[in-house]
Design a protein around this ligand. Structure first.
Ligand SMILES: [Zn+2]
Length: 246
């Protein structure tokens, strides 16, 4: 079987949640049929309202086409994503973690600090997720895929940071993450008109406020935010906390 250059995470976080969920359902119900692979391409007949002819590249599942209404417009459709899932999993089940949708960042109650190894993994995962939060460079037909990439990146980041324990190191990491995202929004060409990235940032700020309640030493981590000019004033609640402490 031809090997893909993408994996299941890449599909999940490179697609909007609705399309991904529907694609998983198609895959699980065995609607991806007559799969063939040749010359860096997968093709199949995916059974939707009608049978659709679908082709995707083994290099990138977003490059391909489908004979359905959405696919004909050049938009990545659930049939293409279903075929991509099949190409990666070759009929094996989709695990529960993959099926779980992305969420907002929310402290999940971990108490023990991250070990050096865990910290290294977390940093690598954050850098990887940040790649999905990229500049928008048109054309307009890739808009949906682009929004999917932003929400996928934010979902992945939410998953990572929700597992952080409450301590100053975590607070430092979160503040740095917020500053990196702010830079992407202000000057990095990220088009967040749907508010996906902003919404994620707000949830991180709320998480930090909770941190400050539990462990007031976390408030020291907010000092770099004093006096900055951010893109939408997200830092205000945290800056207020530093003033309260002084
Ligand atoms: Zn389609």
């Amino acid at each position: 079987m031809l090997k893909t250059l993408f994996d299941i995470d890449r599909i999940k976080y490179g697609t909007d949640e609705g399309t991904f969920t529907r694609a998983v359902a198609l895959y699980e119900k065995g609607k991806v049929t007559q799969i063939e692979c040749a010359a860096w391409c997968f093709s199949a007949v995916v059974l939707g309202t009608e049978p659709y002819r679908v082709t995707i590249s083994a290099r990138s599942f977003t490059k391909g086409h489908c004979t359905c209404y959405v696919g004909q417009k050049g938009i990545v459709c659930k049939h293409m994503v279903a075929l991509a899932i099949h190409a990666v999993l070759t009929g094996k089940p989709v695990d529960e973690k993959t099926k779980r949708p992305g969420r907002r960042a929310q402290y999940e109650g971990r108490k023990e600090p991250l070990s050096a190894d865990e910290l290294a993994v977390v940093k690598a995962e954050i850098s990887n997720a940040m790649k999905y939060i990229k500049a928008y460079r048109g054309p307009s037909r890739i808009w949906f895929a682009y929004q999917g990439s932003l929400s996928g990146g934010c979902a992945k980041l939410s998953e990572i940071v929700s597992g952080f324990p409450v301590n100053k190191n975590s607070a430092d990491l979160l503040v740095r993450l917020l500053l990196r995202l702010d830079k992407k929004l202000c000057t990095g060409g990220v088009d967040d008109s749907d508010g996906t990235v902003g919404g994620f940032m707000t949830s991180v700020v709320e998480m930090l406020e909770r941190f400050a309640e539990i462990d007031s030493t976390c408030i020291e981590s907010f000092t770099p935010l004093v006096g900055i000019e951010s893109c939408f004033g997200w830092e205000a609640p945290l800056v207020r906390l530093t003033e309260g402490k002084a």
